[in-house]
Design a protein around this ligand. Structure first.
Ligand SMILES: C[S@@+](CC[C@H](N)C(=O)[O-])C[C@H]1O[C@@H](n2cnc3c(N)ncnc32)[C@H](O)[C@@H]1O
Length: 255
């Protein structure tokens, strides 16, 4: 089996569409993972993946790359907060938000804190989705260690977290704002009616045509005047094609 056949096998076996990923980068990464786990050929690696649950988990974790942080790129998060504040001062209403590819939950909980600070007492709803079921379980639990909470200001920690043993646990007030759900951005359909979609640090791994199709679907999922917030390396050059105006380098407004 070669790596292209492996891609097809992985789609059948794991439901992950590797053909959407940038090939060179993906193949380099798979080869490096294979050599790390001691597989000399793709066939040997497939054999391992078929029989060893630990290897299967390792493969999915490796492919999905779930690194995340609370308030990732704090300056840009601050910009988003300003834009939303202005928006809500003109029309105070509960927002419907989607944190797409939310990993362990740091992003949707950061959004929940932000919304609660700028417009408390409204029934804001956040849909938080990811491809990876295991990561969503951690996200739902809302328990974080000392290193994971380093970006969170002390007053937010006091206000929104309880310290239980060595864990910081997200309070119910924030949890109740968020619905976690498994969703694949490439394969599945999208909900609509969002005021804000946050999708950061995932499309960077996808081929340009897949990325464009995702942005086009996001545009359809947003209400007119809604915002799309992308990652700090994911500025969209052809934003007009998707019906967006630029609000800032990483925040786009649906016209
Ligand atoms: C690097 S993390 C980004 C997390 C967060 N958005 C951030 O910026 O901190 C990428 C996440 O994308 C998820 N992911 C990868 N492919 C996906 C897909 N096709 N659909 C939905 N989520 C996907 C991974 O499971 C992972 O949790």
């Amino acid at each position: 089996m070669d790596l292209l056949e492996f891609e097809k096998w992985a789609l059948r076996e794991f439901g992950i569409d590797l053909s959407a990923y940038k090939s060179n980068q993906l193949h380099r990464r798979i080869q490096s993972l294979m050599s790390r786990v001691g597989a000399n050929t793709v066939d040997e690696y497939v054999k391992m993946l078929k029989s060893d649950i630990k290897q299967r988990e390792k493969f999915v974790d490796f492919i999905t790359i779930n690194v995340t942080e609370f308030f990732r790129n704090p300056d840009i998060f601050q910009e988003l907060s300003k834009i939303l504040k202005k928006e809500l001062s003109q029309n105070r209403r509960p927002l419907k938000v989607w944190s797409a590819a939310c990993s362990t939950g740091a992003e949707p909980y950061s959004l929940a804190m932000t919304l609660n600070e700028i417009a408390p007492g409204l029934n804001h709803k956040i849909l938080a989705t990811d491809l990876d079921k295991n990561i969503l379980e951690k996200a739902k639990k809302g328990e974080y260690g000392e290193t994971e909470i380093k970006n969170i200001k002390n007053d937010y920690l006091d206000k929104y977290f309880s310290k239980i043993d060595d864990k910081y646990v997200v309070d119910k007030k924030l949890r109740n704002m968020i619905t976690f759900k498994k969703h694949d951005l490439i394969i599945e359909g999208y909900e609509s009616g969002f005021d804000l979609i946050v999708c950061r640090n995932v499309v960077i791994y996808f081929k340009p045509e897949i990325k464009d199709s995702i942005y086009s679907k996001f545009s359809k999922s947003l209400k007119q005047g809604g915002f799309l917030f992308v990652g700090a390396t994911e500025s969209i050059y052809n934003y007009k094609e998707f019906g967006f105006d630029k609000s800032s380098t990483f925040i786009y407004k649906k016209i």
